[in-house]
Ligand binder design. Structure first.
Ligand SMILES: CC(C)(COP(=O)(O)OP(=O)(O)OC[C@H]1O[C@@H](n2cnc3c(N)ncnc32)[C@H](O)[C@@H]1OP(=O)(O)O)[C@@H](O)C(=O)NCCC(=O)NCCS
Length: 184
């Protein structure tokens, strides 16, 4: 598939959250599917956005930036306004880490390998650069998710460590890789 001729990346507000949830639940429905592997620490039977996390995610979008618990979401939409990708950045839970943020992302299964993941990361980085108080972007990724790790490395993230056997999901062990990028 070609890169969509017309697409946009725009910051999503909390009233767009229900639409985002439909997209992200579809994305997560592939987690642990035969041949696709795991990309989230969720069991195959619970591969949807956990309802207790959904409320916190939505609330975070309304928390003013630089206050504890802030989160920002950008959605990639095609010409029909369908959500086909996202990136989100959020505060660390720890105090005194306000110069850092955490990244999450995904691209719809039918729109991968077109450079859209790269575009989303570039977009997130521009926002971080524009916020003088932020300097580092951190992330954690299942070590088995080679595709994502390759994308992050291409975008300048470096591995900072790995927790062996962090998760045991559906009878399998998964290590967790931490990565970071200095942006500011
Ligand atoms: C990981 C993920 C976000 C990557 O998104 P993506 O849009 O496919 O990323 P890109 O297209 O920018 O890059 C992926 C590959 O496509 C290649 N590519 C980019 N533009 C291309 C083009 N025009 N033609 C052909 N290949 C292209 C890249 O070189 C890269 O190749 P590689 O995997 O061999 O290194 C996506 O696979 C995904 O959503 N996975 C499930 C969720 C997930 O893992 N999220 C991260 C959890 S931490």
């Amino acid at each position: 598939m070609q890169m969509p001729l017309s697409y946009s990346i725009r910051q999503a507000e909390s009233h767009e959250f229900d639409q985002f949830l439909v997209y992200v639940n579809d994305l997560l429905s592939d987690n642990g599917r035969d041949g696709l592997g795991y990309f989230q620490p969720l069991s195959r039977s619970e591969s949807r956005f956990p309802s207790e996390r959904a409320a916190g995610f939505r609330t975070g979008l309304e928390v003013p930036f630089s206050q504890a618990g802030w989160r920002r979401l950008w959605v990639l939409r095609n010409a029909n306004e369908k959500i086909i990708g996202h990136i989100d950045l959020r505060a660390h839970a720890e105090r005194f880490a306000e110069h850092r943020c955490l990244l999450g992302m995904g691209v719809d299964r039918d729109h991968r390998n077109l450079g859209l993941g790269t575009r989303l990361i570039e977009h997130g980085e521009e926002w971080v650069k524009a916020n003088a108080s932020l300097e580092w972007i951190d992330l954690q990724v299942l070590s088995s998710n080679e595709k994502a790790i390759r994308l992050y490395e291409k975008c300048g993230f470096v591995r900072t460590g790995e927790t062996p056997e962090m998760f045991r999901i559906d009878g399998q062990s998964f290590s967790y890789t931490a990565m970071t990028k200095l942006v500011g």
